[in-house]
Design a protein around this ligand. Sequence first.
Ligand SMILES: Nc1nc2c(ncn2[C@@H]2O[C@H](COP(=O)(O)OP(=O)(O)OP(=O)(O)O)[C@@H](O)[C@H]2O)c(=O)[nH]1
Ligand SMILES: [Zn+2]
Length: 351
Amino acid sequence: MSKRKLSRQQRWRIEKVQAERARRSEQRDAQDSRKLAAGEYGPEQPGRVIAHFGRTLDVRGDDGGGPVRCHLRANLEGLVTGDRVVWRAAQDSSGNVVDGVVVARSERQNVLERPDARGQLKPVAANIDQILIVFAVEPAPHPNLIDRYLVAAEATGIAPVLVLNKIDLLPEDGGELTALLHRYETLGYAVVTSTTAREDGLEALHACLAERTSVFVGQSGVGKSSLIDRLLPEEELRIGALSKDSRKGTHTTTTARLYDLPTAEKAELIDSPGIREFGLVHLDEQQVAEGFIEFRDLLGRCRFRDCRHRQEPGCALLEAVERGEVHPERFASYRRIVESLNGPERLGWLK
Ligand SMILES: Nc1nc2c(ncn2[C@@H]2O[C@H](COP(=O)(O)OP(=O)(O)OP(=O)(O)O)[C@@H](O)[C@H]2O)c(=O)[nH]1
Ligand SMILES: [Zn+2]
């Protein structure tokens, strides 16, 4: 994109708006400091960010209760949905919590990042237990797709789960996809099947969601919206849709929301259109190789330390393929991903 030339007047207006914003933020922070010093905020307590809109956040206290609209101290930046925080509540004269202030962020267990418009990685959600990679009988995944998602998930350090949806469309004998799934199960991956076409089609999914914070990812048309519609009560979906609408007018990036699933014990779902498009970003060859779990014990065992696993003699990976310990299709998949690192497919998140 070419740099837009701004007229002096435009520049002046932008600077004015920014100065005004900074002034207001300082003012609010000074106000918070005063209130904090005056003891108008309650004691520090742990909580979790369930949505964020610029410098305003919705925080849910760990001891229950509804979400509380909070603002941030000026020294806190880059909080995302899912972050665990320390916050303090302000009460009105009758003891109702009216708002709050976030004073600190706890250490993150992990973070999901995606590139912004400039290609810079930005956090979008934190503290996720599992990435549910949804694929479907229809549209069938192209051969390399599941591996791409798995490599991307492995790079985040968040456990992937493969969810085969639309199993109502499977042929009687299970078809190739069932065989493929079995291969991933043998590798050690958690695998779940589902269908929204049957009343009991989500039972395995419910079990898998319990006690965890999950995100759904997957290519278009595999049924993510349908699954989430079934999992969340209307009330929650309405809130999500509302905040989506109110974002349309502004140019802020779509923000993620943390939902409680009523159907399973302490199951949480973080969702946003942006998260659903999760895919490979900015990985190098080494990270791709490490994203194939069956390669891990073999890496570093090649004769040459800088082996690129192509045709080098004494390559531990090639030998493992030869011995039948690494599936040739997984190895081919690895090669294809490495080759695409510098090509157009590199474009980051999968659509
Ligand atoms: N037969 C069958 N169809 C399903 C199932 N789940 C979803 N569908 C259909 O698949 C189509 C796509 O579903 P969506 O939920 O929109 O898929 P999505 O992954 O959210 O797609 P995007 O919004 O484009 O990312 C819709 O027509 C659904 O009705 C299923 O279990 N079985
Ligand atoms: Zn090698």
